[in-house]
Design a protein around this ligand. Structure first.
Ligand code: NAI
Length: 337
């Protein structure tokens, strides 16, 4: 029985890399019924809304989406795409795997970052403080960390580790300074970790030290779990360890839906030229296949992609080659035959 998935091709290079991904999944025999919807600038063009109700309704139905990059419209009155998706589907876990495909500075990186996606400093509770005549003399941003939010994200990281035969979870925090909010996250993390004792190792790192350890010896890390702001920064740092955003996928997992995406943007400088690297969206689609229990097919697609990248004869320009998006896609498909 085919599985319905909402496909948001996105803006800029989005349609081209989405097309490549759909072709590769079809070649791998994935039985997916794509429900094509729009968002971003394409959503504005069609419905005057960057995140149209038709798109949200589709995800409510399918509970599964693959999303290309979206251009965030500048200007007031438009709903924030990420906030709308996050709040509608309570996408609390942002999962960003990064592993070495083409050996570079580091050749044994294999890290999965699990970032809390709904709390912390990013809840958007901010205001200016007037002092005397200056209405913007100061600004205040509030970070909310809850026991429930902390528990479910740390538990997600441990369950992910168990399911994917990982050995260790590293919890990253700043409880030495932010004793209440980060302290709560750490306390709850330690409590959850005890339940997994003997099955998954647990360690704690302070965020600043973690940033250094990551660039000195990234091979020591396995699954990493942290709060929203730290996760945002560390996930880009980690993708930099394995060659940048061109091969960085992400999953946003919630209680009622899961949305998989390429981490990079719409790449307006190369849009419409048939030279974008579809790798990140293909890897995001593999995460989606894993999520729906089709791990065997995900592994097959991943090895075809990795084979093409390691072979080096058909690489896109961002990786130093001259191949077009179509040529790269065809090379991956040839390895699936
Ligand atoms: P970007 O990721 O689009 O581009 C940065 C650089 O990386 C550019 O030189 C681009 O050509 C290159 N690049 C990115 N993806 C590539 C790929 N698949 N193949 C080859 N080269 C690639 O970041 P930028 O320029 O900061 O943002 C452009 C637009 O994308 C903005 O409107 C931004 O809001 C949006 N954006 C959307 C995201 C999303 O929907 N998840 C994430 C990041 C940015």
């Amino acid at each position: 029985m085919s599985i319905p998935v909402t496909l948001i091709a996105g803006d800029g290079i989005g349609p081209s890399i989405a097309d490549a991904t759909v072709r590769i999944l079809a070649a791998a025999g994935a039985d997916i019924e794509w429900d094509r919807q729009v968002a971003g600038m394409a959503g504005i063009a069609r419905w005057n809304d960057p995140i149209p109700d038709a798109t949200l309704d589709s995800i409510k139905r399918t509970r599964l989406a693959l999303k290309g990059p979206l251009e965030t419209p500048v200007g007031e009155g438009f709903r924030s795409i990420n906030v709308a998706l996050r709040t509608t589907f309570d996408l609390y876990a942002n999962v960003r795997p990064a592993y070495t495909i083409i050996p570079g500075r580091f050749d044994k990186v294999d890290i999965v970052l699990v970032r809390e996606n709904t709390e912390g400093l990013y809840i958007g509770v901010e205001h200016y403080v007037r002092i005397g005549d200056d209405p913007k003399a100061a600004a205040e941003s509030v970070a909310i960390i809850t026991r429930l939010g902390s528990e479910r994200i740390v538990r997600y990281a441990f369950e992910y580790a168990l399911k994917n035969h990982r050995k260790k979870v590293t919890l990253v925090h700043k409880a030495n300074i932010l004793k209440f909010s980060q302290g709560l996250f750490l306390d709850v993390g330690r409590m959850v970790a005890r339940e997994y004792e003997g099955r998954i190792q647990f360690e704690e790192r302070i965020i600043d030290a973690m940033a250094m350890h990551l660039v000195m010896r990234p091979e020591q890390f396995d699954v990493v779990v942290t709060t929203n702001l730290f996760g945002d920064i560390l996930s880009d740092e980690i993708s930099g360890l394995v060659g940048g955003l061109g091969l960085a996928p992400g999953g946003n997992i919630g209680t009622t839906a899961a949305i998989f995406e390429a981490v990079h943007g719409t790449a307006p400088d190369i849009a419409g030229k048939n030279i974008a690297n579809p790798g990140a969206l293909v890897l995001a689609a593999c995460m989606m296949l894993d999520h729906i229990g089709d791990g065997e097919r995900a592994t097959r697609v991943r090895s075809a992609l990795e084979g093409t990248l390691r072979d080096g004869a058909t690489l896109t320009r961002d990786l130093g080659g001259t191949a077009s998006t179509d040529e790269f896609t065809n090379a991956v498909i040839a390895r699936l035959a």
